[in-house]
Design a protein around this ligand. Structure first.
Ligand code: ADP
Length: 306
């Protein structure tokens, strides 16, 4: 294996669908080994097309894709082995026992049945599903089905795991446990790329981020630098007494959420201390406060709308 090549390298990738839609307009980016990379963008931006091409499910029009140094055109089988894909939709046979689902998947990678069964046991154990081995997907909870998708993607021990919206529509508890699982997989040295609509998820998990819009990469940077770009932060203040009117502050904008909750965005160069002073001058007592956790969301909207 080429030990210096990045986990994923995309050069001038173009996709024009038969209906003449230019879904990808010559994108280039790379993802280093061991990275946890978010691919973000609004609907129709080109994320699924990109993932489809990386996984050889969609033919590209032009450009180059290398996985751990293996070219998807010339070293197809080797490149394919390096990737585990967790698609958005459940696409397994709902009537097949889960241990068989996972073992059969290994068969697609040329792994003999006896070894495939061992591997299935290993990944199902790792994902806390082995005791359900004879159950069918229909018998699993939503969170377990998601883990089954991941187990199946891991059975051939890929170095690059790609997840398309892994937590779409799942409740907060399952989402948190998925985050923990994905972090563990990344800590084990696996490179992870995910697309998500939950920007909080990208902010929490990912080290680097690419934002795609209208078939072009418009941002490719570290999550930290991206967040630093957003100068303005918004805070939520929970107040002791109900407010009749929205207070006007000298050092920030306020927005009333309910009579005991306001949102405050300090003006540029103003500090939280200035805001506390403004509020106390108006005899407004604060019980608690938190940072409104949507900085990435705001930045994303700014980028895509501008
Ligand atoms: P995303 O995953 O970011 O929502 P997609 O990659 O699905 O974006 O879509 C990018 C563009 O390509 C969109 O304009 C979409 O309508 C178009 N598109 C996607 N799949 C097809 C297809 N099979 N045939 C024609 N156009 C497509």
């Amino acid at each position: 294996m080429n030990t210096s090549a990045p986990a994923l390298e995309i050069k001038n990738l173009t996709k024009r669908y038969r209906n003449d839609v230019l879904a990808l307009d010559g994108i280039s980016f790379h993802v280093n080994r061991g990275d946890f990379y978010a691919l973000l963008g609004p609907n129709g931006a080109g994320k699924s097309t990109t993932i489809g091409i990386i996984c050889s499910l969609i033919n590209k029009t032009a450009g180059e894709v290398n996985i751990y140094g293996k070219n998807i055109d010339y070293e197809f089988a080797e490149a394919k082995k390096m990737i585990g894909l967790v698609p958005q939709e459940f696409n397994f046979n709902s009537f097949e026992p889960i241990a068989e689902i996972v073992a059969n998947q290994a068969g697609y990678y040329g792994i003999a049945l006896a070894e495939a069964r061992q591997r299935a046991e290993h990944v199902l154990n790792k994902l806390g599903l082995w005791e359900k081995k004879t159950d069918t997907p229909r018998q699993l909870s939503g969170g377990m089905k998601r883990r089954l998708m991941i187990a199946r993607a891991l059975v051939h021990d890929p170095q690059l795991l790609i997840l398309d919206e892994p937590t779409a529509g799942v409740d907060i508890e399952i989402r948190r446990s998925m985050w923990k699982l994905l972090q563990d997989l990344n800590d084990d040295g696996r490179t992870i790329i995910l697309t998500t609509h939950y920007l909080e998820e990208a902010e929490y998990l990912c080290k680097n981020v690419g934002i795609i819009n209208q078939g072009k990469i418009i941002i490719d940077t570290s999550m930290r630098l991206l967040l630093d770009q957003l100068k303005k932060e918004t805070f939520i203040f929970y107040l002791r007494d109900p407010l009749a009117n929205i207070p006007r502050l000298d050092h920030g904008d306020t927005h009333k959420i309910d009579e005991r909750t306001i949102e405050v965005t300090p003006n540029e160069h103003c500090t939280l201390n200035d805001i506390f002073t403004d509020l106390s001058q108006q005899n407004i007592a604060i019980v608690s406060m938190r940072n409104k956790a949507n900085r990435l969301e705001e930045l994303f909207i700014d980028l895509v709308m501008s």
